[in-house]
Write a protein that binds this ligand. Structure first.
Ligand SMILES: [Zn+2]
Length: 439
């Protein structure tokens, strides 16, 4: 033993991740989502290290520094790898029964939306199947979906209702999502989307259905504390601006923060409405006007962009993310996981965002982590690797962050750490881990 300066005893932690080629921290964002050039600032530490204790991050820095102060029995070498905050998916329709692969074949062969609807497919088919399913069945299906999300690096997901469209069935869906949050290590954040479609029993009476949503569903959802957010599908032929406003204002009265499915298929003024009601986020935005985008920037409304939805619907058009970033609208990315856009991977969404919306890998990573966390009101806890935050971490088997978007169609995940626990370890096994089987 040398007689060098006697070091302070090292603090014992649960887990150390050392020697990351790139540790992408996204630190220093503060209270607000990132906009403009900030979206490219990832706060990368080379040869980075994370110390984790009791589910939280207790130190972030260079390996040589952190390992002087901390020790752990459990040490992961991230040499040759990139370490990021766990992905946050801020827009999913997590809970539903059935599937619509036949409809996809029809779309491939050129069928129109109306033909698909006439053949008994589309959203109302999923409503029929979801109404028939018992709550436990929906939970079982949801657990499998969350496993796949987790395996691809998503550690928190939003979940919208909207395939029930009766008070009882909407509550059943939200209750299933609550249960999923309890059972599965992925955190689930609920959004009430009773105004997702007009059910067949209200055909021709959209206002009557909106009254049901406003007068009966929203109060019940709030009373049971089943959701943080209230959303509505503002679209030609679905809910118009006035009906959407009615739903969101009613939701807000009951403490549900507004979100909007806006300007997905047509320019209806959804972006403007989002700004006007002070929505947390407006989502899709393929056809939004420049004025609408400007209004969103002024009010700080987050644009949740969903390129996988445009991709799967073969729309040949994507949201104008570059304009939004130029106007200082904070941009987030989500999967829009649902039966017509069956994708659980934020890695693929990042690739689509880079290819079709011309986001850089850095911007897309910001959009799928810290800005996504802001979009669901969780940025104080997740979305960046900073001392005090939850230890939700993904280790990718690539040497730097620019591989995200560049290398696509495969799962780049090496390990996922949720609340400080290693829950996916691809070195050990290829199978997804079910809850309870993790280390
Ligand atoms: Zn959606």
């Amino acid at each position: 033993m040398s007689r060098a300066v006697r070091a302070k005893p090292k603090e014992h932690v649960d887990l150390l991740i050392v020697n990351a080629d790139e540790l992408v921290t996204l630190a220093g964002g503060g209270e607000r989502p990132r906009t403009g050039k900030q979206m490219r600032e990832l706060g990368i530490i080379r040869d980075g290290c994370l110390a984790i204790k009791e589910g939280r991050i207790v130190a972030v820095g260079k390996t040589v520094e952190i390992t002087k102060a901390f020790k752990a029995e459990n040490v992961i070498s991230a040499k040759g790898r990139t370490v990021l905050p766990g992905f946050v998916d801020p827009h999913t329709h997590l809970v539903f029964a059935g599937s619509r692969e036949d409809e996809f074949q029809m779309r491939v062969e050129g069928a129109s939306y109306m033909e698909i609807l006439a053949s008994g497919n589309g959203i109302l088919r999923t409503v029929r199947e979801t109404r028939k399913a018992r709550g436990e069945k929906l939970v079982d299906i949801g657990l499998e979906t969350l496993n796949v999300m987790l395996e691809h690096g998503t550690t928190t997901a939003e979940a919208k209702s909207g395939y029930g469209l009766t008070t009882k069935d909407e509550l059943k869906i939200l209750e299933a999502a609550k249960r999923l949050n309890q059972l599965h290590c992925v955190d689930v954040v609920n959004t009430f989307l009773g105004a997702h479609a007009v059910p067949s029993e209200y055909k021709g009476n959209t206002d009557g259905y909106v009254s049901l949503v406003v007068e009966e569903m929203i109060p019940k959802v709030a009373e049971k504390n089943f959701a943080d957010f209230c959303d509505a599908f503002c679209e030609r032929g679905v809910f118009n601006l006035e009906q959407t406003r009615r739903v969101l204002v009613a939701g807000e009265k009951f403490g549900l923060k507004p979100k909007i499915h806006a300007d997905e298929m047509s320019m209806l003024g959804g972006a403007e409405l989002a700004a006007d009601v002070g929505a947390v986020s407006a989502e899709h935005l393929l056809f939004s006007s420049a004025e609408g985008v400007k209004a969103m920037a002024e009010k700080g409304v987050i644009a949740v962009l969903l390129p996988a939805a445009a991709f799967s619907l073969m729309m040949g058009r994507y949201a104008d993310a570059r304009l939004m970033i130029d106007y200082d609208v904070p941009v987030a990315l989500g999967t829009d996981f649902n039966p017509s856009c069956w994708v659980e991977s934020q890695q693929l969404v990042i690739a689509l965002a880079c290819h079709f919306m011309k986001l850089t890998s850095a911007e897309a990573i910001t959009a799928a982590t810290i800005n996504a966390a802001h979009a669901i009101g969780r940025a104080g806890e997740i979305g960046s690797l900073e001392v005090g935050k939850k230890a939700d971490v993904v280790i990718l088997d690539v040497p730097n962050h620019k591989f995200l978007g560049y290398r696509f169609g495969v799962n780049l995940v090496d390990r996922v750490i949720k609340n400080g626990r290693i829950v996916v370890d691809r070195e050990k096994q290829d199978e997804p881990l079910l809850l309870g089987e993790a280390e």
